[in-house]
Design a protein around this ligand. Structure first.
Ligand SMILES: [Zn+2]
Length: 689
């Protein structure tokens, strides 16, 4: 970020589709980093508006409505309310959480479209588009799936491949298929309005490739430069749909604005509504102001699947319009995985935020903290419940909570909850005081540069320093001999605690509030006060301490892991398929010795809840095979079954026993296992080829 602060900040976080609840992947992608950033800016007294809202248009909403058998309006009402409430409960502190179904948004989007139309920016063009004959409907965007021409992923959508992030047109897809009928669509002529991205390419190259080089995160800059290298094509800004913002031109019945034209404009209409509600002027937050140099800093927090829309398409639209500021930063995150797998709404492989908030009351900050430490800032990262437990128990409870609790308990015990005065300072005290003055800048610098993982690790190090200071000075020993010294030590610890209550606020707002109440410090504070070595004056009376963080026990974590594995897959959207492996030649295949075998004996392995020990007859001989299927089958069910086996897999020792082969299983989409077996009984040892 530049050395100088701008006049104001407009911070946006991606508009979630109002077609489903929020999960931790959404939160780690955009909302938590945006919230930390905004809370920090507010503490530094910047003029900042934090904008969000529901994206209530687009095919995803219509598909969801079809699936639930209700109207799109009912879908958006349901999920807008749920998600707005969930964000609030999790402390995501939007100034405005708006919706794109509101009239003010339709008007704003139409004004944009008309302005561009009047300037002659669009190319009007008839073209052949996919059409589902059975449903009498053009197939826009997500109504059509097929193989991605870039990465080969089989369930790419008509507008984007979610596997590689490529932005696509439906006609790019290999083997296109209608989501509605499941059939191959036909091509039919229709007219649309195209944004000539190729025309803006030279400008984009200058603005983006030259202007943002070294300033934007490498993952974001890299994606953008790859698109520009590949060359931009005109992109249709209208669709044949019956849900969305009407195209504001005559004779365009049945045509709507493309959702990725209207959704980012949703940030603007949301700001307009906020300004109306608060008696403010929205324009300086979006439009370039005369006589102001670096007036408004526009920052978009998004996940990596939205990079093309925020870094190429939306800036082109703003640029074409001419009156708007352009994004200064787009700190997009990569994806968060869950327990070793991709988060998936359709497979219900997710931690749903509203469920977490119901089940873990008072533990909002434990999840905020864990997610902050694993934000996928530069590459994909992973959430596991064990890690969540460890972060909570070993860091929040054992380091941060422990330091604060010891400080407050000792102050109440020795000085009746009154802040003692400091006396003569020793070297160790001077060291702590100098850290108090420099540490907040380290955290601030990390936040300003969108390195939130680093920022939160500095925060925890700050508490570690407090613990070390307590351990080195041992006031509980000195109290018998040197009360004056203990007064100084606890005074310093209390200043650290008060400073922490300010530094914690962006990351752990709930605990920061509780802590301020405990130390009787009014809210809100300012970031500068985190450097104050006398924030709590001698004689200041503290309130009784309560525990800021509590341990998460093993059984709680086990339950969550169980819950994750019990979920029933809702085969609602296109399932994510595992991509096919690369081709092999026949010689590769023929190296495998595959045969039919019969299971003769089966027993559980001691000390393993995964492995069964099987004795099998493969015709040639009888041998022992260990199979990781104990969670799916009882040993007694298996005896006498005929199965397919790889008999020449090199023997492998597991838990002291050699496994001499491998039984073939098929894994269903829900993770359950079934045997692959001959359709009727055959002799053991029959060769499979
Ligand atoms: Zn792809």
């Amino acid at each position: 970020m530049s050395d100088k602060n701008p006049k104001r900040y407009t911070v946006t976080a991606a508009l979630p589709y109002a077609n489903g609840p929020l999960h931790i992947g959404h939160i780690a992608g955009a909302y938590l980093p945006a919230d930390i950033y905004v809370r920090y800016l507010r503490l530094t007294h910047q003029d900042v508006v934090f904008i969000g809202g529901s994206d209530e248009h687009g095919v995803a909403i219509m598909l969801r409505a079809k699936l639930e058998g209700i109207s799109p309006q009912e879908i958006i009402d349901k999920y807008h309310e749920l998600n707005k409430d969930t964000f609030e409960r999790f402390g995501i502190s939007f100034d405005m959480y708006h919706r794109t179904s509101e009239p003010i948004h339709h008007e704003t989007s139409q004004e944009f479209f008309l302005k561009l139309h009047e300037q002659g920016e669009f190319i009007e063009q008839e073209s052949e588009q996919y059409y589902d004959e059975e449903f009498n409907q053009f197939l826009a965007d997500r109504y059509i799936v097929g193989t991605c021409p870039v990465c080969g992923y089989e369930n790419a959508y008509g507008d984007q491949c979610e596997n590689c992030g490529s932005s696509l047109n439906p006609t790019d897809l290999i083997n296109p298929k209608s989501i509605l009928s499941g059939k191959k669509p036909i091509l039919k002529t229709t007219k649309h309005w195209y944004l000539p991205l190729d025309k803006y390419q030279p400008w984009l190259e200058q603005w983006l490739l030259e202007g943002k080089k070294g300033k934007w995160k490498p993952n974001v800059y890299g994606q953008c430069s790859a698109w520009l290298k590949a060359g931009l094509q005109p992109r249709a800004m209208t669709r044949d749909l019956d849900w969305g913002v009407d195209v504001p031109l005559p004779h365009t019945e049945g045509k709507k604005l493309y959702v990725w034209l209207d959704a980012p404009i949703g940030y603007i209409s949301s700001t307009k509504q906020w300004a109306l509600d608060h008696g403010k002027d929205w324009e300086p937050y979006w439009k370039t102001q005369p006589n102001e140099e670096d007036n408004t800093r526009l920052v978009h927090f998004i996940g990596k699947d939205n990079i093309v829309f925020h870094c190429i398409i939306f800036p082109s639209i703003l640029h074409a319009h001419g009156e708007y500021v352009l994004p200064e930063h787009v700190p997009a995150n990569e994806f968060l995985n869950l327990e070793g797998k991709k988060l998936s709404t359709s497979r219900n492989w997710a931690v749903w935020l509203h469920e977490y908030l119901d089940e873990f009351k008072g533990k909002e900050d434990a999840l905020r903290y864990t997610l902050c430490t694993i934000l996928p800032e530069t590459k994909d990262s992973e959430f596991t419940w064990k890690d969540y437990q460890a972060r909570n128990n070993n860091e929040l409870v054992a380091i941060l909570g422990n330091f604060i609790n010891r400080t407050l308990v000792l102050t109440h015990k020795y000085f009746d909850g009154k802040v003692p005065a400091k006396g003569t300072l020793e070297t160790i005290d001077e060291q702590v005081l100098s850290k108090i003055q420099s540490w907040p800048d380290e955290i601030a610098n990390a936040i300003e540069n969108f390195r939130f993982r680093e920022a939160v690790s500095f925060l925890m190090d700050y508490a570690r320093m407090g613990n070390k200071y307590l351990a080195d000075t041992e006031p509980w020993k000195l109290i018998k001999t040197d009360v004056n010294r203990v007064q100084t030590i606890l005074n310093l610890c209390l200043q650290l605690t008060a400073n922490l209550s300010v530094l914690m606020e962006p990351f752990l707002p709930f605990s920061a509030k509780t802590l301020k109440d405990m130390i009787n410090l009014s809210d809100p504070r300012s970031w500068e006060e985190a450097k104050d070595t006398d924030i709590l004056k001698p004689g200041h009376l503290l309130n009784p301490p309560v525990l800021l963080f509590e341990k998460v026990e093993d059984n709680i974590v086990e339950e969550q892991i169980q819950k994750l594995h019990q979920v029933i897959p809702a085969a609602t959207e296109a399932q994510e398929e595992t991509p096919a492996k690369p081709d092999i030649v026949y010689e590769d295949f023929s190296k495998m010795d595959l045969r039919i075998a019969t299971i003769l004996e089966a027993e559980k392995m001691e000390k393993s809840n995964k492995l069964l020990k099987l004795k099998v007859d493969i015709g040639l001989d009888q041998r022992t095979v260990l199979s990781g299927i104990a969670q799916y089958f009882k040993p007694e069910e298996l005896i006498g079954k005929q199965v397919c086996m790889v008999v020449n897999l090199a023997p492998r020792k597991m838990m002291g026993i050699e496994s001499q082969g491998m039984i073939l299983m098929a894994e269903d989409k829900d993770g359950s296992l079934v045997f692959v077996k001959p359709e009727k009984g055959v002799s053991d040892g029959s060769i499979i080829s």
